[in-house]
Design a protein around this ligand. Structure first.
Ligand code: ROI
Length: 182
């Protein structure tokens, strides 16, 4: 509850900004540092206000197993950027932080995905929002729930219900606090 209240307070500051949730992932290099560096880079963007970062988790790779474990978190932001403008910013940061071209579903130094953009459903060539696999990934749903347990994925339902339907995996918490920007 405390978490939600803080998010609500921050929301009031930016009138026409949209509440967006960005998933952060990495499994090469120094994953935790890369996630923190990505948050810092996002905070430098004038149109983005970073509100809170979830706990940080390590889990086995979904998809191809022959790669290192992933470090994952979710960041709540308010932004006046459009979904496409935000995607441009995320892709720029991925490249700046040394993301190499990788095979589909392979290892990467930094992955930044828009999970939710307000309560919008978006389907374009570049963007699928909510993120196409968010509803079936504990490493996305659990950090989302850290930030706001009441969230709903348009077309899929409440994140708490989606989490209950998933087989529980072993996700290790490597940072056990939700951090706020004040
Ligand atoms: N698996 C985990 N656990 N975390 C990820 O961020 C992640 N990202 C991916 C694939 C390779 C599908 N698996 C993942 O892109």
């Amino acid at each position: 509850m405390e978490v939600n209240n803080k998010l609500m307070m921050n929301k009031a500051k930016e009138n026409n900004a949209k509440r967006v949730f960005v998933a952060l992932g990495a499994n090469l290099g120094e994953p935790l540092q890369q996630l923190d560096a990505a948050v810092e880079a996002l905070q430098k963007v004038p149109e983005i206000n970073c509100l809170a970062m979830s706990k940080v988790y390590v889990s086995k790779p979904h998809g191809p197993q022959n790669q290192p474990d992933f470090t994952n978190a979710v960041l709540a932001i308010d932004t006046t950027l459009s979904p496409e403008q935000l995607l441009d910013v995320l892709q720029r940061i991925e490249i700046e932080q040394g993301r190499e071209r990788h095979e589909h579903w392979g290892a990467r130094t930094l992955d930044l995905d828009i999970i939710l953009y307000a309560n919008q459903t978006i389907q374009t060539e570049r963007l699928t929002i909510p993120h196409a696999y968010a509803h079936e990934r504990e490493f996305v749903l659990q950090p989302l729930a850290d930030l706001d347990e009441t969230l709903v994925l348009p077309q899929h339902g409440k994140i708490t219900e989606l989490l209950k339907q998933l087989p529980t995996e072993t996700m290790e918490v490597i940072r056990d606090v939700t951090t706020y920007n004040r």
